[in-house]
Design a protein around this ligand. Sequence first.
Ligand SMILES: NC(=O)c1ccc[n+]([C@@H]2O[C@H](COP(=O)([O-])OP(=O)(O)OC[C@H]3O[C@@H](n4cnc5c(N)ncnc54)[C@H](OP(=O)(O)O)[C@@H]3O)[C@@H](O)[C@H]2O)c1
Length: 342
Amino acid sequence: MLDSALYMIYSPFEILDHRRPILVFGRDGQVGRALQVCLKDLKLPAVFLGRVDCDLACETSIIDVLNCYKPEVIINAAAYTAVDEAEGEYDLAFAINSKAPELMARYIANVAHGIFIHYSTDYVFADTKQDVYSEVDPAGPFEYLNVYGQSKLAGERAIQEVFNLANDFGRVSYANKFARYFILRTSWVYGDGSNFIRTILRLAGERNQLKVVADQVGAPTLAQWLAEVGVRIAGSKVESGIYHAVPDGQISWHGLATFVIETAASFAQDIRVKPENILPIPAIDYPVLARRPYNSRLSNAKLKKALLEMAFINQYPHWKEQVEAYVKMHVSNPSKASKKLI
Ligand SMILES: NC(=O)c1ccc[n+]([C@@H]2O[C@H](COP(=O)([O-])OP(=O)(O)OC[C@H]3O[C@@H](n4cnc5c(N)ncnc54)[C@H](OP(=O)(O)O)[C@@H]3O)[C@@H](O)[C@H]2O)c1
């Protein structure tokens, strides 16, 4: 876990001081809720927008709020995240996951020292590697990604294109070269909202046996940690670019379900299913509309280096410690689960 006490010693959020309020999209999502907690704790002024305040499928709605708040820092935690539904809603998924971040990027690229933080996904990779993916590994191939993955990759590319143009002296004003963007790719997010861990805890109280996919591997990532990573990066002098934002370690869905149930049982949660009755199955036996990658393993080396060197942290989390804390909080007080884990 990141050490909150360090805020008192250093001031890693210097860059964010004396700016206009940070504009956060995706207020009601898992990461958006976590950002509310994080920014409030840090006493950083922020405006949080939900779907009712700004429909990201509507370009004029986005342009209106940008012109209204005139932000210097945008954090985009909103996305079309219904992976299976996206297969039938191509245009909507692309509007929200590609066009909307492009408009945000265009705005920030024209703000001197502007900062754009955008969350993306492991689904931009289509099993081209068996090892971990680094930020320089090519994403795609596009046609092998599901629609959600395609729309998120299109969003990444649109943001990079905007900032690459903005940093070209020939095309825009001098000040814009100081605007920065960060694309934080993450995986298997859990926080205050619907997620795999909550589903497993619910099913474990209802059933004697569970079948869970065992041949897809990734890193469960706590929304609270992702929120804090975003804010720390924004408040530091870290260079623009893509960063893989996942904790240390990897696990399959089956391994994660087993760990969750063993952990919940150790905290005396009433669990019907025994760990040995969580049966491993191949993904092919759990048919879903959108094909998921088998390999969701992202190398976090670049982020770790940046955080340790530039953003004043002295430790980096392992997924196990985050999941353990989350399950403990969930079991002892489900309504507050994930609200205060940092
Ligand atoms: N969840 C994961 O496992 C996962 C994995 C990898 C990457 N990510 C990425 O991490 C980021 C945060 O994910 P999350 O888990 O926090 O997602 P989430 O809980 O599904 O939240 C997404 C938010 O986006 C909002 N949204 C969707 N369509 C919108 C629209 N047309 N206008 C305005 N807002 C809209 C939703 O609003 P409503 O609340 O009104 O529906 C929701 O609050 C996303 O970029 C996602 O792609 C997530």
